[in-house]
Design a protein around this ligand. Structure first.
Ligand SMILES: [Zn+2]
Length: 381
């Protein structure tokens, strides 16, 4: 769902996307911001009859200002991630704020700092706006700056609540990782997150605050999902990729019809196919002609059954890739951070030898459970 959105621009190669929910939310944000503008104008004794722009125009400007503030908050997280050698896949601005997708987790001892950088930038913006509001600009501009200062202050404080996976919860996990270790730290942080989410939800229901109820649901699911992910990751650490991948791959020619390839995969019980260009001939080295990999997930996308769709256009060219000697946990990182359905596995000669899909990881997890272990001890056997 997060992948859906329009890339509006790139900062140092990182795509910044607008999620559709944001566009639906902007008019509401503008409405709320114009009410805040009115309240602050009254508080400072500004006569609303004297302002040059209509109130709703100020609301719209402030709503855009809010999302620029959220973007700066996300960029602060990303800057710390990049400093720690973790790539950023995308930043998505959506209804309930921003989401930065990192390529992998930062080192647990750096997580607290990375999480804190966002709220810190919000506080920085709040102080800067407050400072600017003291400059003798026209009164209505100063009121708008005060509103932005207030909104950013609230944003910083709200994000610091220890409701994992919000920033404060990540700070908490980062701080607990030292004394408790990463697994227990995640468990404690996600339990605190769930409790806070229930609190938000109840408070939102009592006060008819729909946004707060949404946030509660988001926090609750996020806390549960992150805990699950960390547990799975823990099991996969130290397991070779070759133990979880599947090599049941067939072949398909770029301009073959996608529906035809789907039928062949089904008939031969294959999970995907290497897509090759050109026709096989003598001394044909298959691996030199591989232009991509197509999986059942790609072939199941809507519109693929159209007669005209070829495998070449159905396949994904940007599938994440790992090597046979890599740790199985890296495939989980690639699947969760990239929003991909499959990871390609390459051997030392950069030849595709298999794929890992979420179903493969699920199967590995079940077998680990059935083998009677879920920790490093079980992996040794
Ligand atoms: Zn944040």
């Amino acid at each position: 769902m997060l992948e859906r959105g329009w890339t509006i621009f790139r900062i140092r190669g990182i795509p910044v996307r607008l999620h559709i929910t944001l566009l639906l939310f902007l008019p509401y944000a503008a409405f709320v911001a114009s009410a805040q503008f009115r309240a602050i104008a009254r508080a400072v004794g500004l006569d609303l009859g004297e302002i040059r722009l209509p109130l709703i125009a100020w609301g719209a400007i402030l709503a855009v200002g809010l999302f620029v503030s959220i973007l700066l908050h996300e960029l602060a997280h990303c800057a710390v991630a990049l400093q720690n050698g973790v790539g950023v896949r995308s930043i998505t601005l959506m209804m309930l704020g921003g989401v930065s997708r990192m390529e992998k987790d930062v080192r647990p001892d750096r997580e607290a700092w990375m999480a804190f950088a966002g709220p810190l930038s919000s506080f920085g913006i709040a102080v800067a706006c407050y400072g600017l509001s003291l400059v003798p600009f026209p009164d209505e501009v100063r009121v708008a700056l005060l509103v932005l200062a207030m909104v950013n202050g609230v944003l910083g404080i709200f994000n610091l609540l220890p409701a994992f996976p919000m920033d404060g919860g990540r700070v908490l996990r980062g701080l607990l990782t030292g004394p408790l270790g990463p697994d227990r730290a995640t468990r404690v942080a996600s339990t605190v997150g769930k409790v806070m989410a229930v609190g938000f939800g109840l408070y939102g229901l009592v006060t008819f605050n729909v946004i707060l109820v949404f946030i509660a649901a988001f926090v609750y699911m996020g806390a549960a999902g992150e805990r699950n992910r960390v547990e799975v990751r823990h099991v996969l650490e130290g397991m070779p990729v070759t133990q979880v991948m599947t090599d049941r791959l067939g072949e398909a020619s770029v301009d073959e019809r996608a529906g035809e390839v789907a039928r062949r995969l089904l008939r031969n019980n294959l999970v995907g196919a290497l897509v090759v260009d050109g026709l096989p001939h003598d001394d044909y080295d298959l691996h030199e002609h591989v232009v991509g990999v197509v999986t059942a997930y790609d072939l199941a996308r809507p519109g693929i059954h159209d007669e005209a769709v070829t495998v070449g256009s159905a396949m994904r060219k940007d599938m994440p890739r790992v090597h046979t000697q890599d740790d199985a946990a890296t495939t989980l990182d690639a699947l969760t951070s990239g929003g991909a359905d499959a990871v390609i596995v390459l051997d030392n000669q950069e030849h595709v030898v298999g794929v890992v899909t979420p179903a493969d990881l699920q199967r590995a997890m079940m077998l680990v459970g059935a083998a009677g272990g879920n920790g490093p001890a079980a992996r040794r056997s």
